[in-house]
Design a protein around this ligand. Sequence first.
Ligand SMILES: [Fe+2]
Length: 309
Amino acid sequence: MNAMPVTEPSRRTRYPGPIAEARKHPHALVEQGFATDEALAQILHRYPADLFDINLYDYDAQGQVSLRTGARGNLSGDQLLAAIQAGRLWVNLREAQKGCPDLWAAAMVEFAKIQATYPGMKAVTNAGQLIISSPVARVPYHFDPAGVVLFHLRGKKRLFVYPGDEAHLPEQAMEQVVARQTTEELPYNQAFEADARVIDLEPGEALTWPLYAPHRVENLDRFCVSLSMDFQTWPSRFRNGALYTNAVIRSRGGRPRFTDGMSRPELAARWAASLALRRVGGLRSRIADFERDFEPSLGAVDGAGALRV
Ligand SMILES: [Fe+2]
């Protein structure tokens, strides 16, 4: 008997890894009560101020983005929640593993179930951010230098996931992001929209996509809450290290080869080099201390009030 030819699922990325394309998974975080107004107000109230990223994105007619950033300010958790629900803010609570440990512990249980569906996938570190965002907020085109599982908890959001090829994800731009040389996102062109996979997420659904795949997010007229968990595997560590080393080489006038053509030993060697380079401050982060533009305020336009001195 003739065997049927085995059809590889079309890989939407030029990087190896167990996740070949975006896929949804169920999760059980919503019924555990983590996304009620009460739970969120409490988390916002006690979350360390230095772990808040409050972003306000504006887009021109070509879809090019500009960013304003907010400081935590002095609102109570209830007030902050109300300002987000009425405004146009995108709030990232970083280091969710520290800031909301109960939610985090439950999410790690869910992560283990999802990871088990990908043979060969083994996260060595997990970290994350709780994203609480206004009904009409949108996040621009970008990539994360990590694997990501986005646990959606509340509202409805639309994910646009693009191919991870050089056209959509130029390595030189990746180097700049990994080496923290820019707050700029990836170069974006509206023609990319023809190549997007569009996926709507409901509470109780989690989404993964191939390592580094560019994506953007639109909230669909609902206040949204998601836990974005990122994870590193040894292969992703090696590649991030290689991208960092390439950034240093490029900053010194070199022309490094792209990592997508490197063997695993070569990636490992460049990762090792990156550890030494980081220790001696190979590239100073240019985005460590940028100025804030506003403070959240209920009743102000977009929820963005004046920054208090
Ligand atoms: Fe992302």
